[in-house]
Write a protein that binds this ligand. Structure first.
Ligand SMILES: Cc1cc2nc3c(=O)[nH]c(=O)nc-3n(C[C@H](O)[C@H](O)[C@H](O)COP(=O)(O)OP(=O)(O)OC[C@H]3O[C@@H](n4cnc5c(N)ncnc54)[C@H](O)[C@@H]3O)c2cc1C
Length: 498
């Protein structure tokens, strides 16, 4: 039985571990933290539970792609999903007006056309492109042959705004359609339209919260891996990938254990992986290229525990903007911050009447907290606590403008900054979604899933893309080095036979 050591127990590490253990590999997952899950981690304070990363997932209705993948991964037996409002899973508030995204192509077009009647035909064209781009994904067709490279290439090389400019005349509509860009931290003239299309399609099909929190995904995958004979270990920070002249031989952890292995899969940020490698097999030019790829924005989070039975559960995501555009909210002066926010409620039980907790996220750059770099969680000092409290007050006051009475409903709150994500996930500069996609960089901006070290592979959000779908697509590509992709697709189909 060949051994595989996987570095990191986020969605990338756990989904790779599940597929490989199922297909006859002996998997050991090494996680630096005390909790597994990476961005699937939750925390509980003063009786309220909070999600730190994944808050909702798409395409999970019966017959849809993520539903099939989750059944294959054994997740549908273990976790409960709660569907967001099908007529308004995302609510975008721009220029003082609200616009709702409805599930299903036709419903989406009709809803948008009710706000922008003159653009109905263009909305149909837009949705048709979104569907075509998303359909070119192998995961959607569950086969490695179907792939419309022409479509993929054109929409991978052109920016979101350039395609929207071509399709629509109405400036407000163009802004509304990118109202949920905090989900992928898109930037004008940089982020490819394909990224927008995949995410629009993913959530347009259907959108669900994970009842009780996203850590249920991590716990289920880890349990399944262990039941199949694999190992998931916490407090195991990998500090070095040991290589001979041609191959990786094993990994060394901070507690000075050596794990000998046939394959290593790194699911951590590629810059963290490069720090573990001291071998001439990795050329300086590769290091320079990878470490030069820009990263997606970081965020500030306010985790609110509400007073009991005061706040009705909001079955939607709410994106509030100060100006009339979602673009550029990551560029701000301290007086301008926050230019926008994403506000969501945690779903603690299926279709709850009242919200117990919620989260407010807004972009925050690493420079804002750079002075506390190197300090330890919980011991960063009173000036850091004061900084966080003042930012939280400003952000909550912004939410109050959209939800009068919000401030009075807060029982207590907790906060996170880019430093929190660095410490809990190892991401670069606190970046939410890892490396960014930039049409101007082309392939130089891509993190490969293979390296010059033949038995060292990469997976996780920095390869392919982030999020439930992006990470799992990447997982299948990476695992297909060890198990043919068509075998994996057949297994997914088999798991979904009635
Ligand atoms: C604020 C936020 C909101 C999000 N919302 C959504 C959402 O609503 N829907 C959605 O689909 N996606 C969402 N995402 C994205 C999604 O959560 C991530 O793309 C995905 O979970 C990343 O998984 P990963 O395995 O690639 O990385 P991570 O989850 O970052 O896992 C990497 C793991 O590696 C570990 N590690 C790092 N260094 C070492 C080391 N040296 N040794 C051992 N272990 C190490 C880390 O501790 C971590 O556990 C969100 C992300 C964020 C940050």
């Amino acid at each position: 039985m060949s051994k595989v050591v996987i570095i990191g127990s986020g969605l990338g590490g756990l989904s790779c571990g599940y597929i490989l253990q199922k297909n006859g590999y002996d998997v050991t997952i090494l996680e630096q933290g005390v909790q597994i899950g990476g961005c699937l981690q939750c925390f509980t304070r003063k009786g309220a539970k909070f999600e730190t990363g994944m808050h909702f997932i798409g395409s999970c209705a019966e017959g849809q792609t993520m539903n099939a993948v989750m059944r294959y991964l054994g997740l549908l037996d273990d976790i409960k999903l709660s569907q967001l409002d099908t007529t308004a899973y995302d609510k975008i508030c721009l220029a003082g007006e609200q616009f709702h995204f409805a599930n299903g192509s036709e419903a989406f077009i009709d809803k948008m056309a009710s706000y922008f009647p003159k653009e109905k035909d263009n909305l149909a064209k837009y949705m048709s492109i979104v569907n075509q781009v998303a359909s070119a994904s192998r995961l959607k067709s569950l086969t490695s042959d179907i792939r419309d490279t022409h479509l993929e290439t054109e929409y991978q090389m052109r920016s979101i705004n350039s395609i929207l400019d071509e399709l629509f005349g109405d400036e407000l509509l163009k802004s509304v359609l990118v109202g949920n860009i905090p989900l992928y931290s898109a930037e004008r003239n940089k982020t490819p339209f394909s990224q927008h299309a995949f995410i629009m399609d993913f959530y347009n099909q259907s959108a669900f919260r994970i009842v009780g929190g996203s850590d249920a995904i991590a716990k289920s995958l880890a349990r399944s891996i262990e039941v199949m004979g694999g190992q998931v270990m916490t407090r195991k920070k990998v500090i070095r990938i040991e290589c001979d002249d041609t191959h990786a031989k094993g990994v060394i952890t901070a507690d000075e254990n050596f794990y000998e292995t046939d394959y290593v899969i790194s699911t951590v940020h590629p810059n963290r992986m490069l720090e573990m490698l001291d071998t001439k097999l990795i050329r300086p030019a590769f290091r320079t290229r990878i470490t030069s790829i820009p990263n997606t924005a970081a965020c500030f989070g306010v985790y609110v525990k509400f007073k009991e039975n005061v706040v009705p559960y909001m079955n939607s995501n709410y994106y509030g903007y100060v100006d009339n555009t979602p673009w550029g909210c990551e560029h701000y002066t301290s007086a301008e911050w926050p230019k926008g926010f994403l506000y969501m409620h945690m779903c603690h039980e299926d279709k709850p009447q009242w919200a117990k907790s919620g989260v407010i996220l807004s972009y925050m750059n690493m420079e804002d907290v750079a002075q506390w770099t190197g300090t330890e969680i919980g011991r960063r000092g009173t000036d850091y606590e004061a900084f966080k409290a003042s930012k939280a007050e400003v952000l909550m006051r912004q939410v109050e403008k959209h939800f009068p009475g919000f401030m009075d409903s807060v029982d207590c709150y907790f906060t996170s900054t880019p430093l929190t994500y660095i410490d809990y996930t190892g991401t670069e500069d606190g970046s939410m979604y890892g490396v960014s996609k930039d049409i101007n960089l082309g392939v130089a901006g891509r993190v490969p899933y293979k390296t010059k070290i033949p038995n060292l592979l990469l997976a996780g959000q920095n390869v392919n893309s982030h999020g439930m779908m992006g990470v799992i697509v990447g997982t299948i590509v990476t695992c297909s080095e060890l198990v043919p992709a068509d075998v994996i697709y057949e297994q997914i189909k088999e798991a979904n036979k009635q």
